[in-house]
Design a protein around this ligand. Structure first.
Ligand SMILES: NC(=O)c1ccc[n+]([C@@H]2O[C@H](COP(=O)([O-])OP(=O)(O)OC[C@H]3O[C@@H](n4cnc5c(N)ncnc54)[C@H](OP(=O)(O)O)[C@@H]3O)[C@@H](O)[C@H]2O)c1
Length: 312
């Protein structure tokens, strides 16, 4: 039987490399990985010509412009962010549709403003937060797939542009939102370390560390996301927006408590407000992505355990 041809763009990135690994493990697939050296996805001409020639069955876009603060301060960088995150997904989605393939694109919790609606228990008149009905009610606070995006940073705006462009192209396509990605550092030249790697190093070198006790959202382990992406495609889910993150939302501070507990690092962790480390781009205060469409992923704590084992 002919193999299913899958193309992964951004194949040397943190997520891209795990997508390549996941599909390569399955003999039903023939995997092609392209990164900056093979294609510039901001060139519509290149995208159309190269995809037409390869004619894959599935195209997964794991390319990213991730410099959240740089594109807030610098107009040229914002233009680049809009090209990579905003326009290119539209080129890829249109080229995908032309060859009759399935398109997968990734987006971010930063399309939201950080102030989710607080759900009320069924029957409550609303917004009271204190009536009898609230007694045994624990609201799930965050943004589901239908929540209205309202980005508060240029990076968030560029990601929202990409969602709209990909959806506008039509065809069979999935937009998968994730947050706080972690995993093996990308193989690309400009690879950034993920939060856990950075804070592990800091913990080993210092007696105490200050960590922001805000920005509640979910971590996403790259290998878990890659596997779930494959599952979505194979189960032929409806086109649309999906939220894939590991369970257990937390602040950065809470995550470091877990990291140091698992690695037995004794460094003192001091919780601080986000104002203590001012940055050019605003971050959402709460951007937990609520998944109402798929079986949930495991807790980030279990995923972190696997990640740390891999580092040994
Ligand atoms: N990282 C996070 O915490 C996070 C959070 C939410 C959402 N996401 C989303 O998750 C997805 C994957 O992100 P990631 O962190 O895995 O990205 P990544 O590690 O930065 O990898 C992106 C890859 O794309 C390549 N690339 C950049 N510009 C390109 C272009 N014009 N043409 C072709 N390739 C190009 C990069 O090469 P160079 O490195 O050489 O530029 C890199 O290899 C993205 O959609 C991102 O927005 C990430």
């Amino acid at each position: 039987m002919a193999k299913i041809r899958v193309l992964i763009v951004g194949s040397r990135g943190m997520l891209g490399q795990e997508l390549v690994n996941t599909f390569k493990k399955d003999g039903d697939y023939k995997v092609t990985g392209w990164d900056k050296e093979e294609i510039d996805i901001t060139s519509q001409k290149q995208v159309e010509q190269k995809i037409k020639k390869l004619s894959p069955n599935i195209i997964i876009n794991a390319v990213a412009y991730n410099a959240v603060d740089k594109c807030e301060e610098d107009k040229k960088e914002f233009e680049l962010a809009k090209k990579i995150n905003g326009l290119a997904p539209g080129y890829l989605a249109r080229a995908t549709k032309k060859v009759g393939a399935v398109f997968i694109h990734y987006s971010s919790d930063y399309v939201f403003d950080g102030s989710p609606d607080i759900p009320e228990p069924a029957g409550c008149a609303g917004r009271c937060l204190s009536c009898e009905l609230h007694k045994d009610f624990t609201p799930e606070i965050g943004f589901d797939e239908e929540a209205k995006p309202n980005p508060i940073s240029n990076y968030g705006k560029s990601k929202l542009l990409g969602e709209v462009a990909a959806q506008k192209a039509g065809g069979k396509n999935y937009i998968i939102r994730l947050s706080k990605l972690f995993g093996k550092p990308a193989k690309s030249n400009d690879a950034k370390k993920s939060f856990f790697d950075v804070i592990l190093e800091v913990g080993r070198k210092n007696k105490e560390v200050k960590v922001v006790d805000e920005e509640t959202s979910c971590f996403t382990y790259a290998p878990d996301l890659a596997k779930k992406t494959k599952e979505i495609i194979e189960s032929r889910k409806l086109s649309g927006i999906y939220h894939i993150v590991n369970s257990d939302p937390c602040t950065w501070y809470e995550a470091v408590i877990e990291l140091y507990k698992q690695t037995k690092i004794k460094t003192k962790i001091i919780p601080v407000d986000a104002d203590e480390f001012p940055r050019p781009a605003k971050r959402p205060h709460i951007s937990t992505l609520i998944n109402t469409k798929l079986n949930p992923l495991r807790s980030y704590k279990a995923a972190l355990k696997d990640y740390l084992k891999d580092l040994e």
